[in-house]
Design a protein around this ligand. Structure first.
Ligand code: IFM
Length: 458
């Protein structure tokens, strides 16, 4: 049986600059914190980096043609800040690259969806996100990019997944810049949110009709049992992983319980008057990135760095669910529940639409001798999650689109190239090979309908 999505529902795909562009030192591009981090011995699996990646910087025209063939209605890409700005100086070649990309997308009928920050911060900014001045620089950067592309790009996302660029990057040390200081992580998180809020205010003033938003990653945290210790540890993880970001954006307050949990780490001088009013500037769309749901029990306090800075005693418990190649449990019901929670608690009352800006799975697939990738496991993942989105819509959530992560097999950060999320494979010769999932998704995008998974396959 087929389930149809509402008229105009946006099917698309997403990538990010560092993960696909390559051309790491071309046309005057300056270094980002990821260029630097990839040189740290042991930071990235197999010592890999984004120097060449998918060579999209040189192959963008063919990549856009492929997007059109795959029926994508929108393409979410990110701009690499140090490709377009060296301090205050505009790097014209880098800016031209994005301008051409936008033109090509529009010529092919694919709506450009621009993310300003997907983690490749200029390495030259002192203190990175621990420094409040970085948030000020971000607004200048955003306005400069908008000045060049705002006549053609209508949808602007400030940040992608600030949890990753704060707690995972400054507390767990897993992502650039690789720090393991929980206080630095709290500073980074607040400054990222501030950069978001100030930028929404500035872009709104410059371009009142633009569609503005932020993309947050949500990993729902559930207790392993009703033991109060398990319930409390799941609450604390949920506080920093999810509510720390969505709550101030919609309510202008950090969650009270999370503030209490973080009190020993919270710098007195962090929040200035007006910060939370800026952070809660109204947005038009909340981007929702969902991959999995985690279950936690309370265990021994871990000694090593962790992104769960208020829950070092959190121990993840695996359920009896299939895993992706990242070791992430496949839990589509978690996406339905998440969308309903976000709609009911935050986005709905604010009149803000939801779009799933990332969802997808890594599987260990490679082209067969006939140069085809029959990734039925990914089709199954996408189908189940799209079905969950449809269920959320039926239950009243205002979800306007779904963007598959990712268009291409690409650089999966600390995991290097070993984890393949693409619906299109990229081989060593940089050939693009649409997988079975890309052809399946093309049909979904063209018909606006998905066949339901068989109940027996669940
Ligand atoms: O590849 C990443 C992406 O950059 C951000 N969201 C999660 C994806 C898979 O880990």
């Amino acid at each position: 049986m087929a389930i149809g999505f509402p008229e105009g529902f946006l099917f698309g795909s997403a990538t990010s600059a560092y993960q696909i562009e390559g051309a790491a030192a071309e046309d005057g591009k300056r270094e980002s914190i990821w260029d630097v981090f990839c040189r740290v011995p042991g930071a990235i699996a197999n010592g890999e980096d984004g120097t060449v990646a998918c060579d999209h910087y040189h192959r963008h025209a063919a990549d856009v043609a492929l997007m059109a063939e795959l029926g994508l209605r929108t393409y979410r890409f990110s701009v690499c800040w140090p490709r377009v700005l060296d301090g205050d100086r505009v790097l014209e070649a880098g800016m031209d690259f994005y301008s051409r990309l936008v033109d090509e997308l529009l010529e092919r009928g694919v709506q450009p969806w621009l993310t300003l920050y997907h983690w490749d911060l200029p390495a030259s900014l002192p203190g990175g996100w621990t420094n409040r001045a970085t948030a000020e620089r971000f607004v200048d950067y955003a306005l400069t990019v908008h000045d060049r592309l705002g006549d053609r790009v209508r949808t602007w996302t400030t940040l992608n997944e600030p949890w990753c660029s704060s707690f995972l990057s400054y507390a767990a040390g897993v992502h650039a810049p690789g720090q393991t200081d929980p206080v630095a992580a709290v500073r980074a998180a607040h400054h990222l949110l501030l950069a978001h809020g100030w930028t929404v205010q500035a872009l709104r003033a410059a371009d009142p009709s633009a569609v503005l938003g932020v993309t947050l990653n949500f990993t729902p945290a559930l207790p392993a049992s009703d033991d109060p210790a398990d319930v409390d540890v799941a609450r604390r993880v949920d506080g920093t992983a999810n509510r720390f970001f969505v709550e101030p954006v919609f309510t202008g307050h950090y969650p009270a319980d999370t503030l209490a949990d973080l009190a020993p780490l919270w710098p007195d001088d962090l929040v200035a008057d007006g910060d939370l009013a800026a952070i809660s500037a109204p947005i038009d769309v909340l981007g929702v990135n969902y991959y999995t749901t985690n279950v936690f029990r309370a265990g021994e306090r871990s000694a090593g760095p962790t992104p769960h800075i208020s829950a070092p005693d959190a121990v993840q418990v695996l359920r009896d669910l299939p895993l992706t190649d990242m070791g992430w449990e496949i839990d589509p019901d978690g996406l339905r529940n998440l969308l309903l929670w976000l709609h009911t608690s935050y986005a709905g009352p604010a009149g803000t639409a939801l779009v799933v800006t990332e969802n997808g799975a890594a599987f260990d697939d490679r082209p067969d001798p006939a140069c085809f990738v029959d990734d039925q496991d990914r089709i199954d993942y996408l189908r189940r999650h799209l079905t969950a989105v449809h269920q959320a819509i039926e239950a009243g959530a205002d979800v306007r689109g779904y963007l598959a992560w990712s268009l291409l097999d690409n650089f999966e950060w600390a995991e290097g190239y070993g984890k393949r999320f693409g619906i299109v494979a990229v081989d060593a010769a940089q050939r693009r090979i649409p997988k079975a999932s890309a052809l399946w998704f093309r049909d979904v995008a063209r018909t606006g309908a998905v066949t339901k998974p068989h109940e027996t396959d669940r």
